[in-house]
Design a protein around this ligand. Structure first.
Ligand code: SF4
Length: 255
């Protein structure tokens, strides 16, 4: 799938701004901080530090992708954001409003908003609180690195699905830091990945296999992104399914 992104499960990656605060064990080895703070000194990471909006030229890229998609009749995935969190409460709400306007104006793109702050989404998309509603061409995902995060956040994601009606929901179980047992409230699409980089924490292949089997049991799409340290993916785990939007919403409505 990846064309303009190095991430296997998306075609494009878009960052409306850069900067964040660590909120989960999954953030411990945040590559965005390592690159944008430690390596390039472009922003400082953490609470109270300014987020940096990306350039006007960068904000034009999705319009170009949308024109291409319109011309070829496709609906490519755009992952937003890899160097920040769309639902970070330290971001100027006007930036999020501008982002939602851009998403609304690029209807041929399927926007994947992945957050580690799923508890903020309903409030930040509630028009009765003066916020912009979630654009219709949007899927919402939450990072759930272990069972504790899955148990804590899957119903929050489910509530977002009920309140906001995204195209589908997804869980990024990456970095996978422990076994995760799915249940009937599992998101529509399960992405599994081990950590990479220096001091990568080990994902046992059995955890990934059990997750694959759980996804099959509950008829969720499963995408094996990478093993720990980007080791080769064993043949039986090399499954890269994509979510079916209409099926996903029908199944959610019937459970
Ligand atoms: S939410 Fe994402 S960008 Fe923010 S600190 Fe955690 S890993 Fe880094």
């Amino acid at each position: 799938m990846a064309e303009n992104s190095k991430i296997e499960w998306t075609t494009h990656t878009f960052n409306p701004w850069i900067g964040c605060t660590k909120v989960s064990p999954a953030c411990d080895h945040c590559y965005a901080e390592a690159m944008m703070d430690t390596r390039y000194g472009r922003v400082r990471w953490g609470t109270g530090e300014d987020r940096q909006r990306t350039s006007a030229a960068n904000w034009q890229l999705p319009r170009r992708w949308n024109r291409q998609a319109q011309a070829d009749g496709s609906h490519p995935f755009v992952f937003c954001a890899s160097l920040a969190d769309v639902f970070d409460n330290e971001v100027d709400p006007l930036w999020r409003r501008d982002l939602f306007k851009l998403i609304n104006e690029t209807p041929n793109l399927t926007w994947l908003l992945l957050t580690k702050r799923i508890g903020n989404v309903n409030k930040m998309t509630n028009p009765f609180e003066g916020n912009p509603t979630l654009p219709p061409n949007t899927a919402i995902g939450a990072t759930m690195a272990n069972q504790e995060e899955y148990d804590r956040d899957r119903m929050k994601l489910w509530d977002v699905a009920m309140a906001c009606g995204p195209l589908f929901t997804f869980a990024s179980i990456e970095p996978m830091l422990g076994p995760v047992i799915l249940d009937k409230h599992a998101p529509d699409w399960i992405i599994c990945g081990g950590e990479s980089g220096r001091e990568a924490r080990e994902m046992k292949p059995e955890w990934a296999r059990n997750l694959r089997d759980g996804a099959a049991r509950f008829k969720r799409a499963f995408f094996m992104k990478q093993m720990t340290g980007k080791k080769p993916i064993p043949g039986d785990l090399m499954i890269r399914q994509l979510p079916s939007f209409s099926v996903a919403s029908e199944e959610r409505g019937s459970e």
